[in-house]
Design a protein around this ligand. Structure first.
Ligand SMILES: Nc1nc2c(ncn2[C@@H]2O[C@H](COP(=O)(O)OP(=O)(O)OP(=O)(O)O)[C@@H](O)[C@H]2O)c(=O)[nH]1
Ligand SMILES: [Mg+2]
Length: 300
């Protein structure tokens, strides 16, 4: 008999949730940057091995929403928690040891409310162990987790180095209930190719631009054609909130936008394993992060 489980990956912004999903799948499926609030919606990734299918959902980092966009992001987290068989709570261990403690009030509130409704197993994933001077420094967190009564188990890993990720997968496989597979064994995601293309462009923007601009940016693929010969043609809109941000995005003589285009074109070609010709257009939509219609239009 096969087993199958939905696994929610939740945690604070920048804890390494998307890095973990990618490490488990061995693919760059969910974008990763050094900046918090990189992930904006749920990213589904399927891992089938050992007679067990784990359907992971990487989610946006848990925060107190200021914009309507962030409200939508938190809605994705809530929806994911309501329909999952297992929850992985990822924490930035060095940061928790030095400043934050195990859980901030928001995360604690979220997990307590899950606990009050259901017996779903919650696994504490102590991430970034490579960046902790000594692993024993994490022991007080493990003890705190035990005392909280919220967690089924703790696993210490390094997602970026792929260390102990297999142990975590085994723990999840053991917890999965007997069930038929919900997806084909070789299926990696249910999201369309256009989504991954737009995300790769957003990842480059997060890496190349500073301060508020990446946060005020949305990317939408307008056209994706696959001619019989030659590169795929992809055109995408980059939406920002203000003219000043558009000026930064384009740069002097178009230099900045060219850098974004070149790096994104390469990343997309690597992802699709096919030549790509990418065209980008920068548009201004005032205050889109707070506008319900604009958000829906941009896929949030
Ligand atoms: N040293 C170290 N860094 C890590 C590890 N895992 C992730 N990181 C880094 O932490 C940063 C954030 O990683 P992400 O995977 O984007 O984090 P996230 O939790 O998905 O962040 P949001 O989507 O913003 O909520 C990146 O710079 C990663 O390279 C790890 O195990 N060790
Ligand atoms: Mg992420």
């Amino acid at each position: 008999m096969t087993k199958c489980a939905h696994v929610a990956i939740i945690g604070r912004p920048n804890a390494g949730k998307s890095t973990l999903l990618n490490a488990i799948l061995g693919e760059h499926l969910s974008i990763v940057t050094p900046k918090p609030q990189t992930t904006r919606r749920s990213v589904l990734g399927i891992h089938t091995d050992n007679n067990t299918q784990l359907i992971f959902v990487d989610t946006p980092g848990v925060l107190r929403p200021r914009y309507r966009l962030q409200k939508a992001m938190m809605q994705y987290v809530q929806e994911c928690l309501e329909s999952t068989d297992i929850i992985c709570v990822v924490i930035d261990t060095p940061k928790a040891v030095e400043h934050d403690g195990l859980l901030d009030p928001m995360m604690e509130g979220l997990l307590k409310s899950v606990r009050s409704r259901s017996k779903v197993p919650i696994i504490l994933v102590l991430n970034k162990m490579d960046a902790l001077p000594q692993s024993k420094l994490a022991l007080p967190l493990v003890e705190q987790a035990r005392q909280s009564g919220l967690f089924t188990k703790s696993v210490a890993i390094s997602a970026s180095q792929g260390k102990e990720v297999d142990d975590l997968v085994r723990v999840l496989q053991d917890l999965a209930p007997e069930s038929v597979y919900l997806y084909d064994e070789d299926q990696l995601s249910t999201l369309p190719q256009r989504f991954f293309v737009a995300e790769l462009i957003r990842e480059v923007i997060f890496k190349q631009l500073r301060q508020e601009v990446p946060y005020a940016t949305a990317v939408q693929v307008l056209e994706f054609t696959e001619p019989e010969v030659g590169p795929f043609h992809i055109t995408a809109d980059i939406t920002v909130e203000r003219d000043t941000q558009k000026i930064i995005m384009i740069g002097k003589g178009g230099e900045q936008l060219k850098r974004i285009r070149m790096e994104a074109q390469q990343a997309i070609a690597d992802h699709l394993q096919h030549g790509v010709k990418l065209e980008l257009f920068v548009k201004v939509r005032a205050d889109w992060r707070n506008d319900r219609a604009q958000l829906a239009n941009l896929g949030y």
